[in-house]
Design a protein around this ligand. Structure first.
Ligand code: SOE
Length: 380
């Protein structure tokens, strides 16, 4: 079997989820490559060495540029903060590496477009890590929609609620907290959390035409970890928007890091002519399903425990009834990516697919500024 030498760049939270996927995949899925965890790269050498020892990487680099000339690296998995995605992905694609990139694709649409052009020109397999598509219950939702069970779709409703930035003492910048620094993150909840909701929505319900949004920054100044100074906060702490999909359905999206009591409450509900479905990340192995065509006396919401062998991905794990979790979505994503790379039939979301999410985020942020409906740019 062909060896696939992997380099991961960045060993923060996402570097760990991706490393775990490379460790587990061969144990649970038949993959078309022999995975070799070749190099972990982080500018903090001590952190990189500790990561290499814990997750079994053969070597350490402290600058991703060193990977450009390394012929022993086939795939680079970019788990860097958002403002570093473009430069790394474009250069590494030119060097012929397959690329997996953490979400969101870029800081904004124009930057994302350059990344799409680079991977397509280089002809390298590419994927953006919108992992929630690969939660088995979400994949099942996709299957039910594709089978036409919902019929015409009228409504799409999604939320992603957290509560970890309520304290004004929390600084911006630095490890993990770069998410609060607009120069590094590009935006706040729109790019970090709503981007997940948007990716899932585009996948399940097709393109969006226009949006009308409002955002708020509740805490206007925070100390910056790197400068030590109190600086203006440029991210959106909360965002809510209305959307019209090209299929005629109406949507509402909401995200905040100020919903006390909610840690990662990603939920969506879709209402169709014949059926509705709903999903909740806090109860991630269940898909709620209401089928209007059931006999009247039996009609009601079914709570499908998505753990059976005939549910997406589940036959590769334990026995029916036993649940899996968040980290498994990264294993599934990697499995699909590798199948796509080997067969030449790419799996989504490719960079091009993720550009559409980026365009929706851009339109949302623009609408929050203009207080008007804004059109979503088309990916051509
Ligand atoms: C932020 O708290 C965060 O870690 C996001 O960056 C992830 O994409 C999301 O899945 C969970 O929340």
């Amino acid at each position: 079997m062909k060896k696939l030498n992997v380099a991961i760049v960045g060993c923060g939270f996402m570097g760990r989820t991706h490393s775990n996927a490379y460790c587990k995949i061969g144990n649970f899925f038949d993959v078309p490559y022999e995975i070799v965890r070749k190099t972990i790269c982080d500018f903090n050498e001590e952190k990189a060495r500790a990561h290499a020892a814990r997750w079994g990487f053969e070597s350490v680099e402290t600058d991703w540029r060193r990977l450009l000339d390394r012929e022993d690296i086939d795939i680079v998995d970019i788990c860097l903060p958002n403002n570093m995605h473009a430069e790394a992905a474009i250069a590494l694609a030119k060097a012929g590496k397959m690329i997996i990139c953490e979400k969101p694709l870029a800081m904004n649409g124009p930057e994302g477009l350059k990344m799409v052009k680079a991977v397509e020109k280089a002809g390298v397999p590419n994927l953006v890590s919108y992992n929630y598509r690969r939660m088995p219950a979400v994949t099942l939702a996709k299957k039910l929609i594709e089978e036409g069970r919902l019929g015409r779709i009228f409504h799409y409703r999604a939320k992603f609620l957290q509560d970890w930035t309520i304290s004004r003492d929390l600084p911006q910048g630095g490890d993990a907290l770069w998410r609060l620094d607009v120069k590094v993150a590009g935006s706040g909840v729109t790019g970090d959390l709503l981007a997940h909701c948007i990716d899932t929505a585009l996948w399940l319900n097709g393109s969006m035409d226009k949006v009308n949004a409002m955002t708020e920054t509740f805490i206007k100044e925070r100390k910056h970890t790197l400068t030590g100074k109190v600086e203006k906060v440029g991210i959106d702490d909360a965002c809510a928007f209305l959307a019209r999909f090209s299929n005629g359905s109406l949507a509402t999206f909401e995200s905040t890091r100020y919903a006390r009591g909610h840690k990662a409450l990603y939920t969506f509900e879709i209402n169709g002519e014949h059926a509705s479905i709903a999903w909740d990340l806090h109860d991630s192995h269940r898909l709620q399903y209401f089928e209007h065509r059931d006999p009247g006396a039996l009609r009601g919401w079914r709570s499908i425990h998505v753990t059976d062998g005939d549910h997406p991905y589940m036959k590769n794990w334990w026995v029916p009834g036993l649940t899996i979790g968040y980290e498994h979505s990264f294993v599934h994503q990697l499995y699909d990516f590798l199948q796509g790379a080997a067969s030449g039939k790419p799996t989504g979301p490719t960079f091009r697919d993720a550009l559409e999410t980026q365009y929706v985020c851009d339109a949302v942020l623009k609408s929050a500024r203009t207080s008007r409906w804004e059109k979503v740019a088309k990916v051509r």
